[in-house]
Design a protein around this ligand. Sequence first.
Ligand SMILES: Nc1ncnc2c1ncn2[C@@H]1O[C@H](COP(=O)(O)OP(=O)(O)O)[C@@H](O)[C@H]1O
Ligand SMILES: [Mg+2]
Length: 422
Amino acid sequence: MTSIITIANQKGGCGKTTTAINLAACLGREEQRVLLVDMDPQGHASLGLGRETADAAGLYEVFVQDAALEDVIVSDAAPGVDLVPATISLAAVEHLLADLPRRERQLADHLATVAPFYDFIIVDSPPNLGLLAFNALRAADQVLIPIEMSRFALDGIERLEDTIELLAEKYDLDTPLMILPTLVDYRTRFTRQVLSELRQRYPDTLLPVNIHYTVRLKEAAWRGVPVIEHCPRAVAAEDYRRLAAYIRDPRAFRSDTAAPDDTPASLGEELARLELHLAGHAGGPADQETRRPPGLQHADNVSDDITITGRPDEPVPACRVVLEYPDGGEEIKIAGDFNDWIPDRNVETLHREGRIAKILRIQPGVYQYRLIIDGRWQEDPANPQQIANLYGEINSILRVEVPDEAADAAPAEAQSEAPAAV
Ligand SMILES: Nc1ncnc2c1ncn2[C@@H]1O[C@H](COP(=O)(O)OP(=O)(O)O)[C@@H](O)[C@H]1O
Ligand SMILES: [Mg+2]
């Protein structure tokens, strides 16, 4: 029996595509026959498996030009994983589908023609609730909802509830849901609170697996390979292997973390337990202190979360970089290599004299970044140094150099040479 799992969440950046690729790859590695269907016109799942899709036939040809689904399948995009690639033309399908009979069942009907060849079909859906996403949901036997911890404010759980209601009632679906926490970093109090809240609110749908935050996933996507290939020992490789084991056989799955049907711990108990975990595995702030090389700046005014986000295998923040913009009342956030592209993570914001200062504490090096101005991602208009990114957009480049004298003794307090004024 083929199982069709759709990865959905209308929020972008929560790990849908990463989960689709890596779950598919882990199932494929376990001798399962897997079809990964890329339903996002941006084609990120295809790119994440190293497939350049610009000229490839895909779902557009299937939906609109009557191509057979089996004819657009790319065999062995990863070991054990076949791929239905997506191209930008898929965006046009959204309204072309509107005129077709059984318009929201198109994907389900086409998948039925190839289902006998697969054990699992994993569908990566686009970050909106249009007709394409609706097709992906209708086709599903199970819907897996990744929830990103680091940006997911507690009030965001309300939005998740709305989504679940929307699926269940408005669209008349009673497909089982699975909630997968992603970008999990136990060392932030914020993450621990959200996990605890999720466990209490969704004891039945919360999966007994978390996907930890790790930069290895991003590197793997850039290389166009699953993380089990890029870095088999990465924590997220193990997480996705465990997710695959659970998906294959939930009853046989043994959870070594607290199972979701445990009596929900109080927030206090939960924190105490996780603090222990932290002390045992990760190294707390005190630990980090001893690791800081002499001569590097110690920021006293960093918040709790910033202090504890440094990882033992990551460089210790060194330079204080200030980027200034005129304060026109917009919300300006910054995301780049230095904060794993999580807007304003580890960034201090100061408003002063009609200007907004973004303060980063990063090691010398060359970084790419973008600004998020009132929610829109864009390059830094004040910075002429730019480079095209994987997705056809522009990233700005930030070069951070330590002043010579700072290299010896004094704490580094380098001012960025980049953006001066907008
Ligand atoms: N567990 C993780 N740790 C670190 N980075 C992650 C993790 N999961 C996803 N990412 C990164 O976050 C970004 C958004 O993830 P993606 O899977 O593309 O989200 P979505 O498909 O929901 O938009 C990507 O750059 C991806 O590499
Ligand atoms: Mg995606």
